[in-house]
Write a protein that binds this ligand. Sequence first.
Ligand code: URA
Length: 239
Amino acid sequence: MRVDKLLANLGYGSRKEVKQLLKSGQVKINGAVVKDAKEHVDPNKDSVTLHGEVIEYKEFIYLMMNKPPGVLSATEDNRSETVIDLLEIEDQVYEPFPVGRLDKDTEGLLLITNDGKLAHRLLSPKKHVPKTYFAVIDGEVTEEDVRAFQEGVTLDDGYSTKPGELVILKSGIRSDIELTITEGKFHQVKRMFEAVGKKVVYLKRITMGPLELDETLELGEYRELTEEEIQILKDYEVK
Ligand code: URA
């Protein structure tokens, strides 16, 4: 990769600005000053420094966000704030995108990455990656609902869902539940409850495949996945 591209990708300025930076003699590759913007660098092997500080470059970035309500799962939008707007510039320069969508009012686990292959594997309908949601339901959730979800319910557009595993945590005029589904139809959890005459009043995703929401993250906070989490995700094959 050209050294000017590397620096520009990392947010050190436009290509033109980066050229100036190089000209000023502040950039070194493996200890030697580099002034030529066309100079090639291998980010995995070479040590690049700017003002004497080592520049870290990675191809892929993997972030876990506890998505807050009121923010869109999109990369950009003219009207609403997006999950990408919540990222530090140092992370935005990798051009990551959210893996799948949570509704604007849904909270919880959102994976944000620039690894298209991994995103594709996790989102492919053929892979049936399980996702677990915690929800508060207006109405009493019953064993009958558990059985209905086990068999699959018919949504408002006539679509019959695959089986969902419903666990009742607390039943009453307001019920707390966990639901695991292996599909990602538009508003799926809300529409599954509508199919049994109930309304979701709070929704939060807590797992996606092998990845679990780090509950220490406040709403809107995010962190990089650990090496171990990345490896588990990459090795993950749904049966
Ligand atoms: N199901 C929904 O209804 N909404 C979400 O955001 C995710 C799953």
